[in-house]
Ligand binder design. Structure first.
Ligand SMILES: [Zn+2]
Length: 273
């Protein structure tokens, strides 16, 4: 059956439009994929599915220090206080003071997370990096320091955590060193072992309120605190904390949660919240 002339003309123009559309789609598909590294999508606060506020005792971090302190941190600080985050034992592997292997390795005879270091340092590094990243997103004047070698035997080496802490603390930086305590019965639990070389300030107070408070002269005054290091014991490396850190599915979220708790306390401490 012959179609009237106007219907034939509309069919032809429809065919042309569809062809144009197909060509456009093909051209789009041929574009190179977007490079997310160079051109990242809009950055948003990471959403942590299961990171409730800290409680005492805390279901994730366990009990607070069984040896509590009574000091108060009252000295004011600037909102731009330079904060330097270190990983505990980062220069002391394969020597005295290398940190705890944790319950999983020491008692359950599981493999270390990384054969070059104690499990404590492995997790100290992970949490340190996440604190610096989250802290910057939250507007803190925060950086990390990592020594150039996992083993530095020379105590006079200027690149150790202790040497850097002493120098930076003297110029007014706030030094925070991340640790995981040993497991029970050797461990003490969560809390801040504060610096000894300066007046305690509102950042010390904020961390102590969130994580717990060790005595200022804990074990006669440790080497780190004498050089201006605030030692933050996240918790004993055992139980739920160690299980979640070692679980490949929950590990990243657990590190994120621990780091966000530290950053929350730092943000409150410097008065940025
Ligand atoms: Zn430690």
């Amino acid at each position: 059956m012959a179609l009237p002339g106007w219907i034939r003309r509309r069919r032809i123009s429809l065919t042309i439009s569809l062809t144009t559309l197909s060509l456009l789609l093909l051209a789009k598909a041929a574009e190179p994929p977007r490079n997310w590294l160079q051109d990242p999508p809009e950055r948003k606060e990471p959403v942590i599915a299961s990171c409730p506020a800290i409680s005492n005792p805390d279901p994730l971090m366990g009990p607070r220090t069984r040896m509590p302190g009574r000091w108060r941190g009252l000295a004011p600080v600037s909102p731009d206080l330079p904060i330097v985050v270190m990983a505990g034992h980062a220069d002391s592997q394969n020597m005295d003071g290398s940190g705890t292997p944790g319950y999983a390795v020491d008692v359950l005879k599981q493999r270390p997370m990384d054969g070059r270091m104690r499990d404590e340092l492995y997790w100290n590094f992970k949490v340190q990096q996440q604190i610096v990243q989250l802290g910057r997103q939250r507007g803190l004047n925060i950086s990390g320091y990592t020594p150039p070698s996992l083993t530095i035997r020379n105590h006079r080496d200027p690149s150790t955590n202790w040497a850097q802490a002493k120098m930076r603390s003297e110029r007014g930086d706030y030094i925070l060193e991340i640790h995981f305590d040993a497991y029970s019965p050797y461990g003490f639990g969560s809390g801040l072992i504060p610096a000894i070389n300066r007046n305690l300030n509102v950042v010390d107070e904020s961390l102590a309120k969130a994580f717990g408070r060790f005595p200022r002269d804990f074990r006669g005054g440790l080497g780190g605190p004498r050089r201006g290091i605030g030692i933050l014991e996240i918790g004993m490396l055992q139980g739920e904390l160690e299980t979640q850190l070692r679980d490949p599915i929950r590990s990243a979220e657990t590190i994120q949660c621990l780091a966000s708790r530290v950053v929350d306390a730092l943000v409150r401490g410097v008065g940025r919240s």
